[in-house]
Ligand binder design. Structure first.
Ligand code: NAD
Length: 428
């Protein structure tokens, strides 16, 4: 299915990219929305887009300018919520799609947030620590007018981490004149961060992966897992699968692709990656020269946990896994979705599979507001319960309606968002 969409004037047809993928996903769910379809246009237009110039003084005295974004896609169910990405390929289309997927994800797991996302078009690996801090602080000051603990709460995403969140929290607090720990999540524990947040997305991927495997009669012990992306999400998911007895037969990051039939030693790979900034050069596995061979690796579970639009019509046919767990946001294009569906591959969509991060971000925000902090055990128990319940509800709906898990997740989420929209009514 490929519908012609109205392209917003601020995107050229060439830039439609991930936003186009999202629009196609909305088209697929619309026939299932009944009378709420009347409101569906609201999901096809971001509520608010802020594009900012982020100038910094480089260490060598020159001035550099970066393009920054914060998009609030929808706030019908609560404040905006979504990460901030620092990457050289960030575009407005990408940030719009990521913000929209946050709206869907937050509604799919029923946390009381809308959807938002931010980013800076920069390769942060080329900045010094001081430059990174100045860029983060200036970006935060620029978007200060639309973020806040009850308005829009950023969090980490690709190439951002606890340290970046601490700078954002401090900059916002300095602008406000009071300490506002609830303005971001994914903070260091000492600043009101939550236990378990660092691992939450990877843990959620693992939890729903176990549920999906059970539905397919696949024993996790001995299951062969291939992971693309060895950062926060992929690295932690790989470790948890390995601890549960699975064999991690392939890992790919932005530099290298490693394979080992008997299973890669994940703690050793993590130590290597932390020391060298990449998995490249790790001696405990074989390196594949051709990156695209990753998709052909013989495995049971494939976890794309890097960037969007990785599984496309060009490589979907080569995939041998029976389950795809979308750790990344938007890793599979709609055309690839169809190919994989026809092959009988079970895709656990991003909006469920990687929702563990925002779920524990929600716990962090609640703990910050009440200034009362939970134990890691409590957090992991609540996270596991929410992930399992969300997966079970979507599985049941998919069976009832004979649709994919993605369409089922979108039906649940869009119904929640549009019902809220309908009940609130249009202002004025
Ligand atoms: P990260 O920066 O910690 O790690 C990204 C990893 O992807 C790195 O290992 C990097 O080498 C690898 N990578 C980058 N480009 C690649 C390429 N072209 N091919 C193969 N590997 C590549 O980022 P993260 O936080 O783990 O996020 C990964 C994905 O998960 C993103 O899509 C993000 O939006 C999504 N996500 C993250 C969170 C979170 O809490 N961090 C939550 C939900 C979804």
């Amino acid at each position: 299915m490929s519908t012609q969409h109205e392209i917003p004037s601020y995107l050229t047809p060439h830039e439609i990219g991930p936003w186009g993928v999202y629009l196609e996903q909305i088209d697929r769910v619309t026939p299932h929305l009944g009378s709420l379809a009347r409101w569906v246009e609201t999901l096809k237009r971001p509520k608010r887009i802020l594009v900012v110039d982020v100038p910094i003084e480089r260490d060598d005295g020159t001035i550099a300018h970066f393009e920054g974004y914060r998009v609030q896609h929808n706030t019908s169910r609560g404040p905006g919520k979504g990460g901030v990405r620092f990457h050289q390929d960030v575009t407005l289309s990408e940030v719009m799609a990521l913000a929209a997927w946050m709206t869907i994800k937050n509604a799919a797991v029923n946390v009381p947030y809308g959807g938002a996302k931010g980013g800076i078009r920069v390769n942060p690996k080329l900045l010094s620590e001081g430059e990174l801090m100045r860029m983060t602080r200036r970006y935060t000051s620029e978007i200060n007018i639309i973020i806040g603990p009850t308005k829009d709460i950023p969090a980490p995403d690709v190439n951002t981490n606890e340290k970046v969140m601490a700078w954002m929290m401090d900059t916002y607090s300095m602008n406000q004149g009071s300490t506002a720990s609830g303005v971001v999540t994914g903070k260091p524990i000492s600043l009101g961060g939550s236990l378990g947040r660092h691992e939450a997305t990877g843990r959620g991927v693992f939890v729903v992966g176990c549920e999906a495997a059970a539905k397919r009669g696949l024993d996790i012990r001995g299951a062969r897992v291939a992971v693309q992306g060895f950062g926060n999400v992929g690295g932690i998911a790989a470790r948890l699968f390995a601890e549960a007895g699975a064999r991690i037969v392939a890992v790919q990051d932005h530099v290298a692709t490693l394979v080992r039939e008997g299973g890669i030693d994940i703690p050793a790979l993590q130590a290597h990656s932390s020391a060298h900034g990449s998995i490249e050069g790790f001696s405990g596995a074989d390196a594949l020269k051709e990156r695209s061979q990753f998709w052909e690796v013989d495995c049971d579970i494939m976890v794309p946990a890097a960037l969007e639009q990785q599984i496309t019509a060009d490589n979907a046919n080569r995939i041998r896994a029976s389950i795809i767990l979308e750790g990344a946001n938007g890793p599979t294009t709609p055309a690839a979705d169809d190919i994989l569906h026809d092959k009988g591959v079970l895709i656990v969509p991003d909006v469920i599979a990687n929702a563990g991060g925002v779920t524990v971000s929600y716990f962090e925000w609640v703990q910050d507001f009440s200034s009362f902090f939970w134990t890691e055990e409590e957090i992991n128990l609540r996270l596991t319960r929410i992930m399992r319940e969300a997966f079970a509800a979507i599985w049941q709906l998919a069976e009832e309606k004979q649709v994919s898990l993605r369409t089922a997740a979108f039906i649940v989420a869009c119904t929640r968002v549009l019902r809220a929209r309908e009940m609130r009514g249009l202002y004025p």
